[in-house]
Design a protein around this ligand. Structure first.
Ligand code: ZN
Length: 247
């Protein structure tokens, strides 16, 4: 795993938390690793508020079911990023069908979205005196998003640290693992939580309460959770689940 060396300075973390499987696993990774953890979400005019509702429910369930982590979980921040919907015409923010574009990128791609997210996260982390920013970007299940690549993250870490004269660490626990291994990581973190049967409990929590589907479908329940079952996000989640269950 791509776990950076933790030093005495790394006592607090800000997790980019959308309410999906990946960012929930990142949040749990942070809770297992850092004494003080805060969360950050963005409201940028998603077609479905399902994701934002999932954030609240996941935070609540984690607090209820995992007492050791509840004590570490601090403030949740939600920033209004409606401006992102204004500069981008994508299928996430407008009523267009999801499709792949000639560039090979899905039309859900908002150019440079993660650059904005991480810059705002760093500004907030600076104000909150937080050193580590945790994000669920991943190169392994490569969906073509250039702002999720490891080189982009390393360049941003340097740029943000220089530009704010504050040493940030960008922690990307999912960068080199696939979706099956992300389920497995959640299971391991749950097992180490101090809760009896915590591995399965955490996996169940993620299945039931996190949201990944691009279409915001909460009607169709599969063994891997809710979703339309057709969009690329559902396909990736379902494939990862099968791999995890078969392992
Ligand atoms: Zn879907």
């Amino acid at each position: 795993m791509n776990a950076p060396t933790r030093t005495a300075h790394h006592t607090s973390a800000l997790v980019l938390f959308s309410g999906g499987q990946d960012s929930t696993t990142c949040l749990v990774h942070a809770l297992a690793r850092y004494p003080r953890v805060e969360t950050l979400g963005f409201d940028y005019g998603q077609r479905h508020s399902v994701e934002l509702q999932a954030r609240t429910v996941v935070l609540q369930k984690l607090r209820e079911q995992f007492p050791a982590w509840a004590g570490r979980l601090g403030e949740d921040h939600l920033l209004d990023l409606a401006v992102l919907g204004k500069v981008s015409e994508t299928s996430l923010t407008r009523d267009m069908a999801f499709k792949m574009e000639a560039s090979g990128l899905p039309n859900t791609f908002v150019p440079g979205r993660n650059l904005l997210f991480l810059t705002l996260a760093a500004a907030l982390a600076y104000r909150r005196d937080i050193q580590v920013i945790v994000t669920g970007v991943c190169e392994t299940d490569f969906s073509g998003y250039p702002d999720c690549r490891d080189d982009t993250m390393k360049a941003l870490q340097v740029a943000l640290s220089l530009g704010m004269d504050h040493r940030f660490l960008i922690d990307t626990p999912l960068m080199w693992i696939d979706k099956a291994q992300t389920w497995q990581l959640a299971h391991e973190l749950g097992e180490d939580s101090g809760v009896e049967g915590g591995g399965n409990a955490l996996v169940d929590l993620i299945v039931e309460h996190t949201h990944t589907c691009y279409l915001g479908d909460r009607e169709h329940r599969h063994d891997w959770g809710y979703g339309c079952g057709q969009c690329p996000a559902c396909e990736l989640r379902a494939r990862g689940w099968s791999g995890y269950r078969a392992a």
